[in-house]
Write a protein that binds this ligand. Structure first.
Ligand code: BGC
Length: 387
């Protein structure tokens, strides 16, 4: 054994001496920890018991199932809705399973049935059309399972309990007004093409109602000319490309503005214009996707609609969590009629985003990040815009 130097020896002695204090310190720490736990201040990450908010956290929660529609009609479902919903349920300690039907109605029905068999007591449903959505809701109701329409209202059913979305007519109005603003300096009568969303999505109907209220008066007064107006089945971006190519063909390439119902459809129009080497024209969008924002920075798109999806996910999760705990949700709701029933609803506000106000939203948790947007040749454009 090595002999200690006098200094080492002294240090060793001091360490030894301080040992007598240890039990006292440890005992005090234990007493304090017990006191905190008894007062409910401790960390509570017990699976399934709920966390954080007072009495509600004592309640054991049932399972929730989220049924997403697809991953192609908009990137939002997989890249924004899924992670924020997952996070909201995880943070509350409520078990959740999230499925995506990839555009197939019978797959979605099977996923709903399977989830109920697996013990789900609440469904958060983004329907693929009202018929299949109503069938899922009816089946759920017959088994005492609650249904929340997430983003898309299911029409003509008495089996849904809540609806969480945005003011979708307002979304359309913002798109219509966006196109008007982007064409303000147009010399002459612009030729306009309209690319509507899926005819089976109630939101697409509401968006159209909103933008038609702004653009139809322009057509009627002769200020603008409508050269095409077509719906895109299932919001399919590939079909949108073909449809828009045909629109260009028919209009002899003379299209001066496009009302596209979301960023994916807008991008299809932009791709077709680029393929034909036509100049940039105002194109609208929705969802503030990375591609949409990049198209705006590049000057290929004139606006998008930003819907704070994290807020939507959190509002829906809050309702679902209360229901999963067998509680009455406390959220303020407004009644929205689905054709058969007034559904208590939470509707959030959308906002228009153009190159002039992108900077205000960068930093929002569900908005594309600056590093993602301003890559490659967009870096200098971002600088020009002060991003
Ligand atoms: C949603 C949009 C989305 C579209 C296609 C609509 O119901 O509200 O955000 O772009 O579906 O998925």
């Amino acid at each position: 054994m090595r002999v200690m130097s006098p200094e080492e020896e002294e240090a060793h002695m001091r360490k030894q001496e301080s040992w007598w204090r240890r039990p006292l310190v440890i005992t005090m720490a234990i007493v304090m920890a017990l006191a905190l736990a008894a007062a409910g201040c401790g960390d509570d990450d017990d699976e399934g018991s709920g966390g954080g908010d007072g009495a509600a956290s004592e309640q054991k929660a049932d399972k929730v199932a989220v049924l997403l529609p697809d991953s192609k009609s908009s990137v939002r479902w997989e890249t924004v809705d899924r992670p924020f919903l997952q996070k909201a349920f995880d943070e509350a300690g409520v078990p959740v399973e999230i499925q995506n039907a990839e555009g197939d109605k019978s797959t979605q029905q099977q996923q709903a049935e399977q989830a109920i068999t697996n013990g789900a007591k609440v469904l958060l449903l983004v329907n693929l059309d009202s018929g299949s959505g109503a069938a899922i809701a009816a089946n759920a109701k017959s088994q005492d399972v609650k249904v929340i329409d997430y983003d898309r209202l299911t029409l003509d059913t008495d089996a849904t309990d809540y609806y969480v979305s945005f003011d979708n007519e307002k979304v359309g109005q913002l798109q219509g007004q966006g196109l008007v603003d982007c064409l303000a300096d147009f010399d002459g009568t612009p030729n306009i093409a309209v690319l509507n969303g899926s005819p089976t999505d109630n939101n697409a109907t509401l968006f159209k109602k909103g933008y038609d209220s702004v653009i139809n008066p322009k057509f009627e007064s002769g200020e603008w000319k409508e050269v095409a107006d077509q719906s895109v089945p299932d919001w399919d971006n590939q079909k949108a490309l073909t449809i828009f190519e045909q629109m260009l063909q028919k209009a002899d390439n003379k299209i001066d503005g496009v009302l596209a119902a979301n960023d994916g459809l807008g991008n299809a129009a932009i791709s077709a214009l680029k393929q034909r080497k036509l100049k940039q024209i105002p194109v609208t969008g929705q969802d503030a996707t990375l591609q949409g924002i990049q198209n705006i920075v590049a000057g290929d798109q004139c606006m998008t609609v930003y819907k704070a999806i994290k807020k939507e996910a959190d509002a829906a999760a809050k309702l679902a969590i209360a229901l999963a705990k067998g509680e009455e949700p406390q959220e303020e709701t407004t009644p929205i009629n689905n054709g058969k029933k007034d559904v208590p609803s939470v509707l959030l506000e959308p906002v228009a985003v153009t190159k002039d106000n992108i900077g205000e939203y960068i930093g929002e948790p569900d908005f594309p990040k600056k590093e993602e947007i301003c890559t490659g040749e967009l870096a200098s454009k971002c600088e020009e815009l002060g991003l």
